[in-house]
Design a protein around this ligand. Structure first.
Ligand code: ZN
Length: 257
């Protein structure tokens, strides 16, 4: 999706701004993220359940890049058969989620993408994640060849997103087939899409509560990064918190150490 398309969508929705503002007041996440609902969610959809779950499971500093969540019947997402997208501080979500848990998963996934630009060096800089990802892709290549699929090996070595290759995996081979012939190679078949999706897929697995030992066994490097990220962020947030308290109210040690 281009930035122009997104801008047009936001402009198209301007007439509903009054309503959106009221909704945004009603729904805020961590007090810092505004939630706009441009087209209504299914009747009786439990949005508050989604928002509570995010606030409960996600450390607040993980969402520092996100200014807004926008829910609507977003044409560009619909066209690409996508449920969610992140761009420049905004998470876009379709207004027809199949369940609160699905919407939660989508938001977690897009939070992972929002962290990529600021943490690119940490996530990708040492090349370890790419090495793990491409090794898995090569394994997938051999398994698919054994099962009669034909596709250039170069596509499997390229870690960047490629729409034709995405369609090959998703539509031509199919995720059920990938699950069957390559069980436990990726946390879920979508993780095979590209290096960036491999990252987001792992982050999602971690915060939707998939078994950590399983994540570690399937994707050890990815797990190591996720674990480091969690403690790194926690350390920063606590240092800042301690510093703020020191400034305002004298020294304080909330955590007892
Ligand atoms: Zn993604």
């Amino acid at each position: 999706m281009t930035r122009q398309n997104l801008t047009d969508y936001i402009k198209d929705s301007a007439a509903r701004e009054f309503l959106a503002e009221h909704k945004a007041k009603k729904y805020r996440i961590f007090d810092s993220i505004e939630l706009y609902i441009n087209e209504p969610l299914p009747k009786d959809f439990d949005l508050e359940k989604v928002l509570k779950k995010i606030q409960k499971n996600i450390p607040e500093h993980f969402v520092s890049q996100i200014d807004m969540i926008m829910i609507g019947d977003i044409p560009m997402l619909k066209k690409k058969e996508m449920d969610a997208f992140y761009a420049e501080g905004i998470i876009y979500l379709m207004n027809n989620p199949s369940s609160p848990d699905d919407m939660y998963d989508d938001i977690i996934h897009e939070i992972a993408h929002s962290l990529e630009s600021g943490l690119a060096e940490f996530i990708y800089g040492d090349g370890q994640l790419e090495y793990e990802f491409v090794s898995k892709r090569k394994m997938l290549y051999h398994l698919l060849v054994q099962h009669g699929y034909q596709r250039s090996q170069i596509d499997f070595i390229n870690a960047d997103y490629n729409e034709s290759f995405d369609n090959f995996l998703y539509k031509e081979v199919g995720y059920d087939t990938i699950r069957n012939i390559a069980p436990n190679l990726f946390l879920s078949p979508y993780g095979a899409t590209s290096l960036r999706e491999y990252w987001a897929n792992g982050f999602e697995a971690m915060y939707v509560g998939q078994d950590k030992d399983y994540i570690k066994r399937v994707s050890p490097k990815l797990y190591e990064k996720l674990e480091q990220l969690y403690y790194m962020g926690r350390f920063d947030a606590e240092s800042e918190m301690a510093y703020d308290m020191e400034e305002e109210k004298g020294w304080s040690n909330k955590h007892g150490y």
